[in-house]
Design a protein around this ligand. Structure first.
Ligand SMILES: [Fe+2]
Ligand SMILES: [Fe+2]
Length: 220
C-alpha cells in the first residue's frame, strides 16, 4: 500500500491474509486492455450477485436496503469502466472469469443461515481484495486511470464493510472462525500462479524472466 493510502484502507488490509505480489502488478501492467475488460465483467457480476441475493433473501430488510444501493453502485462502476474503455478505443473482448469466485463459493454451506452468512463473508473478501488491488495498481497507472482507481477505493471499502456487517447480523453468533476459514481459502487462491492475468488472479506462472519478481511477493 502506498504511504499516502487513506485511513479507510486499514480495515481492508487487516481483514485480508496477504497483499498483492509485485509480480501480479507487473504482469497486469503489460495487458491493461484485458484487465479493463475483466474489471468491467467483475463490476457487472458484482451487481448481479447482489441482486441474486436480494431475490433469494426477500424477507431480510437490512440486506434489501444495503444490497440495493450496492448493486446500483456496481452498475455505475460498470458504466464508468466501459466509458474509459470506449475513450481508449477498446471494444468488447471475450475474457473468461478467473477461478477466484468459484474457488470461494464451492465452500458455501448448504443449510441456512450458514449459506447466507458464508455468501456475505465471501462478498466481504471479494470487495476487500478488489479494493486492495485497486490501491496496489493505481500508483503505476496513467493519471486518468490512477484517478479512477483511487476514486473506487472508498466505495469498495464501504461495500466490504456492508457485507461483513450483514454476515455478523444474520449469523446470530460469532463469525470469527468462518472468516478465518475463508481468509485461508482466499489467500491460497490469490497466491497460486495463474496462466492468465485477471483482477483476482494469482501471480503469473513462473518463467525465468518473472522468477525474480515473484520472489518479492508478500503472499507466503
Ligand atoms: Fe465496484
Ligand atoms: Fe464493490
Amino acid at each position: 500500500m502506498p504511504a499516502t493510502a487513506p485511513d479507510f484502507m486499514q480495515p481492508v488490509l487487516d481483514f485480508l491474509g496477504c497483499t498483492t505480489p509485485e509480480s501480479w502488478i507487473q504482469a497486469a501492467l503489460t495487458d491493461l486492455p484485458t484487465l479493463l475488460q475483466d474489471h468491467a465483467n467483475c463490476e457487472k457480476k458484482a451487481a448481479s450477485t447482489a441482486m441474486n441475493m436480494m431475490f433469494r433473501y426477500n424477507d431480510r430488510d437490512r440486506l434489501q436496503d444495503e444490497l440495493a444501493q450496492l448493486a446500483r453502485e456496481e452498475l455505475l462502476h460498470y458504466e464508468q469502466v466501459r466509458d474509459l474503455m470506449r475513450q481508449r478505443g477498446l471494444g468488447y473482448r471475450p475474457v473468461s472469469a478467473s477461478r477466484y469466485a468459484e474457488g470461494l463459493r464451492q465452500h458455501v454451506r448448504t443449510s441456512e443461515p450458514g449459506r447466507l452468512v458464508d455468501l456475505m463473508i465471501i462478498g466481504a473478501f471479494v470487495e476487500a481484495r478488489s479494493c486492495e488491488r485497486f490501491a496496489a495498481i493505481a500508483p503505476h497507472l496513467d493519471d486518468e486511470l490512477k484517478r479512477f482507481y483511487t476514486f473506487l477505493l472508498r466505495s469498495e471499502s464501504r461495500h466490504f464493510q456492508h457485507y461483513l456487517g450483514l454476515a455478523e447480523t444474520y449469523a446470530g453468533t460469532s463469525i470469527r472462525e468462518r472468516v478465518a476459514f475463508f481468509r485461508e481459502v482466499e489467500q491460497a487462491l490469490i497466491s497460486q500462479p495463474d496462466d492468465e492475468i485477471r483482477f483476482h488472479s494469482g501471480p503469473p506462472t513462473l518463467t525465468p524472466v518473472r522468477a525474480g519478481a515473484l520472489a518479492s511477493a508478500t503472499c507466503p
